[in-house]
Design a protein around this ligand. Sequence first.
Ligand code: NAD
Length: 259
Amino acid sequence: MSKQKVAVITGSAQGIGKGLAERLAKDGFAIVLSDINEATLNAAVKEFQDKGINVTSMVGNVAKLEDQEALVQKAVDTFGSVDVFINNAGIEGQLGPITQVEPKLVDRILDINVKGVIYGIRAAANQMIKQGTGGKIINACSIAGQEGFEMLSPYSATKFAVKGLTQAAAKELAKFKINVNSYCPGIVGTSMWERIDEEMTKFMGTKKGEAFQKYAEGIALGRTQTPEDVANLVSFLASSNSDYITGQNILTDGGMVFN
Ligand code: NAD
């Protein structure tokens, strides 16, 4: 019998990351959950264990290389390998006019959304190269990595960075049979969007829920997205069906941004 493959997902205590982990568990992967929030992480681990999923976890900050390396080591010590590594953790950062961006908040979003992905790729790729059996590195991009969104300029900048990183890493790592791709969701009803909706009230003059609704009206398929919708794409990217795809930033947005 072949060994169970191992998927590591950052920012997986809730939201999209947790949805991806649930789907990859159904696909047959052993799961390594990781998050900066220990309480929500522990709750997610318990939920997974109650469902009989082969899971382990580690608290960590993606912005720290040492945490990313410890996460990879934890996966190897527990399950023997890292076959899929998903750089999912990300924050929306400061919302508002570019004329009012706060340097500290710009640093914070660059640390998490950009450096976090660089260090995740570094840690995962070194392990995959050592294993010699290839692998899949999958990054969280966004519609905001395809088109800049107003009031979300630092966020848009970080997601364009993820797009470039995905392309550069794919070119470098192809010779090791490591595929690097990203998923670009649209409007997913997670706590991230609850916070965006709340902040947008200041700039759009909207009431609670209205900004989410306004963005939702621009979706061709007529509904917002769930983590399961994102997981349908990521399941494919984590599987051998995507072996001939690398360096791509793939939209799953119900029809919002058209390339
Ligand atoms: P979320 O806020 O619901 O969950 C993000 C998780 O990441 C949280 O559990 C949080 O604790 C964790 N996290 C935050 N900072 C961290 C750090 N420094 N180290 C480790 N973990 C950290 O957000 P979400 O909506 O599930 O978003 C997940 C990813 O998808 C993000 O990269 C986001 O930019 C991207 N995305 C989301 C949407 C959307 O509409 N929600 C759309 C496009 C892209």
